[in-house]
Design a protein around this ligand. Structure first.
Ligand code: NIG
Ligand code: FE
Length: 415
């Protein structure tokens, strides 16, 4: 038997319906439903619109009525399309060293950086890792994030990468959010690997990638194209093979030096993430492509470096999503709404562009067509903020957190 729930009246529903994937947006373009109601059928939205109109439908299907007594603004469940929340240990030392003048790449060379987290993650059991992912996903859920992409990349051997992916799969079963796994075996050449970059990637292609398919562990492959990781020439064949095997591709691109976005475009990746170092040339090419740019303001804040040129990307006609990059090294904060709001102040983004970047455009970056906007047949993933106007959300820079979070038609977090 189907279960119907009707919720309202909601002062403003920011539906994000019919927002184009690419290009600049004005706040006048934000689709707002005033004095609205949402009728849920099991996990999905059945009808949404004027409170009185939808209530009539709700009565015909005997819906349970959740009547709201004060002002609320409703957003689609937020989507964090780039995180590394499967890890062990802290890199507070790296953070202190960076603030004392050492660069991210220098620290990586002297044994800190990603390798430090690899050592600690390898020393952690799959069960413990899984538990830590659930804990972090729950933290995000309280802040309205109902879908989280989670990367590997701290295992860096076939067995250890599989351990991470199995931990993420298990965490997905044990958390209310949807966790979308991505294999980042190409995060760096592991220091204990007896061979060069090409040999390592070849090994991953033959030993790891087929198992991802057979065990249904993930459909997405990521690679870090950077001086400290893999060159364009090294990564290209790996990504083409992964693509031929049917994986979606995403690239850590142009973080410190350019090159990654070129590869992302060449392999027709779904997204190119970071882009802090992209120049006008890369921006123009990205905007003309199908690749979604993902800005990661948490990494700029964590490293104290430039923000992704989000304004220029949008003005050039590109698609821009915004994600937290939550990881122990470059982005330890893990607070998407705060970071997106701060990116907005520095890059002069409209509220429409920021909100699209963490909802509908983030859904596109994960190729998820059933979420990121509030409309019939979409998942009933949304959050309610106790305020009267959507402008308040970014104005409070993430400090206004949701009063209620709904995931697949159920309340999963309240405050
Ligand atoms: O997206 N840039 C590469 N990877 C991560 C950082 C990972 C780490 O430092 O542990 C990032 O910033
Ligand atoms: Fe990252």
């Amino acid at each position: 038997m189907k279960k119907y729930t009707f919720i309202g009246p909601i002062t403003q529903v920011v539906s994000m319906d019919s927002i184009p994937l690419k290009g600049a947006l004005k706040d006048e373009e934000i689709p707002i439903l005033k004095n609205a109601g949402i009728l849920i059928e099991d996990q999905h939205i059945y009808a949404i619109g004027n409170y009185d109109e939808i209530k009539k439908i709700a009565n015909t299907v005997n819906a349970e009525i959740v009547e709201l007594q004060s002002d609320y603004v409703c957003l689609p469940g937020l989507i964090d399309a780039h995180t590394h929340i499967c890890f062990s240990g802290s890199r507070a030392n790296d953070y202190a060293m960076r603030n004392s003048g050492k660069s991210y790449l220098e620290i990586a060379k002297t044994g800190g950086g990603i390798w430090d987290t690899v050592t600690k993650t390898r020393a952690t059991s799959q069960e413990k890792l899984s538990h830590s992912v659930v804990k972090r996903a729950n933290h995000l859920l309280k802040n309205g994030i109902t879908t989280v992409e989670v990367k590997t990349g701290y295992g860096l051997s076939t067995e250890e990468e599989l351990k991470m992916l199995r931990a993420i799969k298990h965490a997905n079963l044990n958390s209310e959010s949807d966790l979308i796994a991505t294999c980042l075996a190409a995060h760096m050449l592991p220091k204990d690997y007896k061979g060069d970059h090409t040999a390592y990637l070849k090994e991953m292609t033959t030993t790891l990638l087929p198992t991802l398919k057979t065990e249904k562990l993930c459909n997405r492959i990521d690679a870090f194209v950077e001086q400290s990781a893999f060159s364009k020439e090294q990564i290209e064949p790996y990504l083409f093979i992964a693509k031929e095997m049917g994986f979606d591709i995403t690239v850590h691109a142009d973080q410190f030096t350019t090159g990654g976005s070129e590869i992302a475009i060449k392999v027709n990746a779904i997204s190119a993430d970071h882009l802090e170092a992209s120049t006008d040339i890369e921006i123009k090419k990205l905007a003309a492509s199908n690749v979604i740019a993902i800005a990661l303001p948490g990494a700029s804040i964590g490293l104290g470096c430039d923000f992704t040129p989000a304004r220029k990307i949008l003005d050039a006609g590109g698609a821009l999503a915004i994600a937290s990059d939550w990881n122990p090294g470059s982005a330890p904060m893990g607070d998407l709404l705060t970071q997106a709001a701060i990116l907005g102040t520095f890059q002069k983004l409209s509220n429409a562009e920021i909100l699209a970047g963490i909802t509908t455009r983030a859904a596109a970056a994960l190729r998820l067509e059933d979420r990121g906007k509030l409309a019939p047949k979409m998942l009933a993933d949304f959050c309610l903020f106790s305020t009267h106007h959507f402008n308040e959300l970014l104005y409070h820079q993430g400090k206004l957190t949701p009063s209620q979070v709904w995931k697949r038609g159920k309340v999963v977090s309240t405050k």
